[in-house]
Design a protein around this ligand. Structure first.
Ligand code: SF4
Length: 448
């Protein structure tokens, strides 16, 4: 059983020195109890207290990284079962499988797709992050050569898959600086792979036939000093794998089961040969509760929906998606181009900017910070009203980009314009644009 925040607080130094990143020891204690902080963040805890707190302070699902530098894929660290309770923290990494038994051309094609399949959406770049390199040939040299090729040809975080310790040893040596995930320790090789993972400071996947054996193996590896484990319960049917994912998450969060308190890896690529079914299986594990999803291949028509699903599930439901406040040039505008203004709710921005682009009339779009509220909601909340808009327009720098002084507010209510004209002064002409976004394009084309 974990300790409560108050019980933890009694064991802390109570100096409120803030070095742990929160203002008080009590706040730190509450974060520890909720699994949102690590005990090592406080440099002043006594050894005696450390021993007592180590159990309580460990997060219920260990957060860890696969990869290095900017391309590290962070997994685990989740604290809730359901997204409506609180946001999920670390989105699962998508990996494409590349085997050393594949023809060269196929390897090249998969690497090319890995690099090229990127999508811009709501101001973010959606892309896959991982490559799973598999030693299918059994040849250590081939495996090592493929790892080097993938490493040189992509920025992917790597998963090294082999059932041979010597192949994994050579593979890790070829890419240790990329901190690969070693897959996988099982009954027969766990001692050797534990040493390999420890020596190279790499995370280690643990595979067993069923949850009971998985728990035993994870306990054994934890006792050997390994911290960063990734679990594979070995199930390869959708139903069993789905049940296992839920069981592992519940055991870690509800029962505080330390043996299962690690992120998981799933293999839709081994569950079907039908690409459509594989995508549906992957979609299931994005929702519940994979840390890594390994796919047999990346194709735009299946990868894009998975990336969007992942984005939606791992977005904080309590925080609207927002654009940065600023001036957005659309279609290479000049000093005579129209100026429009809208709020920084991402959906509003993309609807308005999409309509402007569709009109083919080069324009300036001012995006004002309304804390992510849409136009009418922001107006009703007093955040997108005439004087506030006027203040923003004056400070925005748009007067250095255009000669005219006309501004259009699509989707707003007429009540905005009076105060806005007053705020901006008589040089400015203010127009309330079309109420429906779909009419913006026609509005611009008509020369308004
Ligand atoms: Fe308290 Fe330690 Fe945080 Fe300082 S670093 S505020 S002593 S918990």
């Amino acid at each position: 059983m974990g300790l409560t925040g108050i019980q933890i607080f009694k064991l802390l130094p109570k100096t409120n020195c803030k070095e742990c990143g929160v203002p008080t020891c009590l706040a730190f204690a509450m974060n520890l109890a909720a699994g949102k902080a690590e005990l090592s963040a406080c440099p002043y805890v006594s050894e005696e207290a450390k021993a007592l707190l180590s159990e309580a302070s460990a997060p219920p699902i260990r957060p860890l990284g696969v990869g290095s530098g900017e391309n590290v894929v962070r997994i685990g660290g989740e604290t809730v079962l359901f997204r409506h309770e609180k946001t999920f923290v670390n989105k699962p990494g998508f990996a494409v499988l590349i085997s050393d038994a594949m023809p060269e051309a196929e390897v090249d094609a998969r690497l090319k797709r890995f690099k090229e399949l990127k999508y811009e959406r709501v101001g973010l770049t959606l892309r896959p992050e991982m490559v799973a390199v598999k030693n299918e040939s059994g040849d250590v040299g081939k495996f090592e050569a493929l790892i080097k090729k993938v490493k040189a040809g992509s920025d992917a975080a790597l998963i090294l898959i082999s059932d041979k310790v010597e192949a994994l040893t050579a593979g890790v040596k070829a890419c240790a600086d990329r901190v690969p995930l070693i897959y996988a320790a099982s009954d027969g090789n766990s001692d050797a792979l534990a040493n390999l993972a420890k020596e190279n400071k790499c995370p280690l996947a643990v595979k067993a036939d069923g949850l009971e054996k998985l728990s035993q193996l994870s306990d054994k590896l934890t006792a050997a000093g390994l911290k960063d484990l990734v679990l594979d319960p070995g199930s390869r049917t959708l139903r069993k794998a789905f049940e296992d994912q839920i069981f592992i998450r519940r055991a870690a969060l509800n029962q505080k089961n330390r043996s299962l308190g690690f992120p998981t890896i799933t293999f839709p690529c081994e569950m079907t040969k039908d690409p459509m079914k594989e995508t549906l299986i992957a979609a299931t594990f994005v929702a519940k509760y994979a840390g890594i999803v390994v796919l047999s291949d990346f194709q735009g028509e299946s990868l894009f929906p998975l990336l969007v699903e992942r984005l939606n599930i791992y977005t904080d439901p309590q925080r609207p998606m927002m654009m940065q406040q600023g001036i957005y040039p659309l279609g290479n505008p000049n000093e005579e181009s129209p100026v429009m203004i809208t709020t920084n709710f991402s959906l509003t921005y993309f609807i308005v900017s999409g309509e402007i682009e569709a009109s083919r009339v080069p324009s300036w779009l001012l995006v004002m910070d309304t804390e992510g509220l849409s136009v009418l909601t922001a107006w009703a909340a007093g955040k997108f009203v005439g004087d506030a808009i006027g203040g923003f327009v004056k400070k925005s720098g748009i007067t250095e980009k255009v000669k005219h002084r006309r501004i259009v507010i699509p989707g707003a209510v007429a009540a905005v314009s009076g105060d806005l004209e007053e705020e901006l002064g008589k040089d400015w002409e203010v127009k309330i644009g079309p109420r429906e976004a779909a009419h913006i394009s026609a509005f611009l084309k008509s020369g308004n």
